[in-house]
Design a protein around this ligand. Structure first.
Ligand SMILES: [Zn+2]
Length: 165
């Protein structure tokens, strides 16, 4: 789908993860990693991929479906301020009732306020391990599993959202 060419040498651009080491004010170092297009011939051209997603669907007012590059989708739960790991868009769409997105959220602002569920170093419940009769039930079981005490220390907000059910 991506047919971009290097503006410097005209060769193909490859999608890659770009890492950069940045010195902080207090003399420490921070490793930044982000997806980028890199020239196949390594002429030095690199362009950071714009990863600001598009909201394409919603479930009620609380849950948004975000579209990322490569058909990856992520569910953002506004109520519990959590964004879930990327999954293939078709899987997500096939496992729930989605309505067309009607709102006008500022995605960048929204992303600044939510916690990424991947940021926690712990095995977390996997939505697809719940085989139930309907997608709605699967989602509910999955959310409920977050209410186990084990996850309380992982994410209090998510825990509380699940405990509310
Ligand atoms: Zn090039």
């Amino acid at each position: 789908m991506n047919t971009s060419l290097c503006p410097r040498c005209g060769s193909e651009l490859l999608e890659d993860a770009w890492e950069s080491l940045r010195e902080t004010e207090d003399g420490g170092f921070i490793m930044d990693a982000y997806p980028a297009y890199v020239c196949k011939k390594k002429c030095g051209y690199m362009k950071q991929i714009d990863t600001i997603p598009t909201i394409i669907a919603q479930q009620g007012d609380d849950r948004l479906l975000l579209l990322y590059p490569d058909d990856q989708g992520r569910i953002l739960d506004i109520h519990s301020s959590v964004i879930f790991p990327p999954m293939h868009l078709e899987s997500l769409l096939g496992r729930g009732y989605w309505e067309d997105y009607q709102g006008n959220h500022d995605v960048e602002q929204l992303l600044d306020t939510v916690s990424d569920s991947r940021a926690y170093d712990l095995e977390t419940p996997n939505l697809f391990q719940f085989e139930t009769s309907t997608p709605e039930e699967a989602f509910l079981s999955w959310l409920l599993s977050w209410s186990s005490q084990l996850y309380r220390s992982v994410d209090r907000r998510l825990y509380e959202a699940a405990a509310d059910l």
